[in-house]
Design a binder for this molecule. Structure first.
Ligand code: NDP
Length: 326
């Protein structure tokens, strides 16, 4: 097939530069596929928003999130991965090679690995992001340990918030869940578990309108507003975990790839998506585990699947055969 002028042709393109994307780049480069990785504006992914990471294997004293990502990036480049900056504006997955547009450049790829991740939702207060890593967190598994023996709050009423609260209840002295309504969205089993913990309590019908104290550069209290009466109150805490959900970064693929109802990409038989030759790894296709190590593992899977696809040894799965005959 002829290529339009200004088009860059690659065997494998990876979109996304968190643990999934960079691990895929590492494996694809070591398989001599000369991958191109497109890193978006939020280069490095969610670990760039954390401080110390103590649950990534291999670092007994922990590793700083941004430092870990810098090492992963350098390791992928060391083996020949090419990394370009830019936000992908559109993709066309209807024909192979696939087309990926980044600013004014068009790339084509015989295989595509999507590792665009998911973004934790914030409160839109401004101050919550400013105090991120300084008492405000969106990940209890990552940051809970820093609040051992301290009072904390969890915001939200879904499974994420319950899971965060249950996890934190084993570390913090007291966990207060703040929910904007008087009924939880979380599954019954998670609700029951959270409610059975002696040090978890609930404040209903309340929203957080401010987090103190930006001047001190740490969390000292939350300002709450009762959604029924409008009355304001203060809750003394040293940490606050925002558990109001994540948004998968799948906007680009709407109408082109199959997704779950919650917007996450569907994968099957490893990292395969609904389009043959397109693979997905990391949080963009995982709303359950969402850990750096699971993302890295699935990035490895996607690179191996892409390599087998390109070499003609990735056999059509029963899922794909059925889809082809539909
Ligand atoms: P959900 O969308 O289910 O819940 C989000 C919660 O946050 C809701 O209670 C919502 O309130 C509240 N909320 C949303 N925006 C705001 C805001 N701006 N201010 C205050 N509160 C807000 O997201 P989850 O991340 O909890 O769950 C996503 C999916 O992942 C679900 O399908 C869940 O079952 C699954 N999951 C499963 C887990 C497990 O099985 N262990 C663990 C974690 C997630 P309201 O209820 O009023 O809308």
């Amino acid at each position: 097939m002829s290529t339009a002028p200004g088009t860059t042709v690659r065997q494998v393109i990876i979109i996304g530069s968190g643990p999934a994307g960079l691990t895929a780049a590492l494996y694809a480069s070591r398989a001599n596929l000369k991958p191109l990785l497109i890193e978006g504006i939020e280069a490095g992914g969610q670990l760039m928003l954390t401080t110390m990471v103590e649950n990534y294997p291999g670092f007994r004293s922990g590793v700083m999130g941004p430092g870990l990502m810098a090492e992963m990036r350098a390791q992928a480049e060391h083996f020949g991965a090419e990394i370009v900056q830019g936000d992908v504006s559109s993709v066309d997955l209807s024909n192979r090679p696939f087309t990926i547009n980044v600013d004014k450049t068009t790339y084509t790829a015989d295989a595509l690995i999507i590792a665009t991740g998911a973004s934790a939702k914030w409160l839109d207060l401004g101050v919550d992001k400013k105090l991120s890593g300084r008492g405000v967190s969106t990940c209890a598994t990552c940051d809970g340990f820093f609040f051992k023996g301290l009072p904390v709050a969890v915001i939200g009423g879904g499974d994420t918030a319950m899971e965060e609260a249950i996890y934190l209840s084993k570390l913090a002295t007291k966990v207060t869940v703040i929910h904007r309504r008087d009924t939880l969205r979380a599954s019954k089993v998670m609700q029951d578990k959270a409610m059975s913990m002696p040090n978890i309590s609930f404040i209903w019908n309340s929203e957080v309108v401010d987090i103190k104290d930006l001047d001190q550069g740490k969390v000292t209290a939350l300002v709450l507003r009762d959604t029924k009466t409008g009355e304001k109150s203060e809750l003394t805490v040293e940490g606050v975990f925002i558990g109001i959900g994540h948004t998968p970064n799948t906007q680009l693929f709407k109408g082109q790839l199959q997704m779950h109802d919650n917007g996450y990409l569907k994968t099957h038989d490893g990292s395969r998506t609904s389009v043959r030759g397109v693979f997905a790894a990391g949080d963009v296709q995982d709303h359950v585990y969402r850990q750096a190590v699971t993302a890295a593992g699935s990035g490895c899977m996607a690179a191996i699947d892409a390599e087998r696809f390109l070499s003609g040894t990735l056999h059509e799965s029963s899922h794909e055969t059925a889809a082809a005959h539909r």
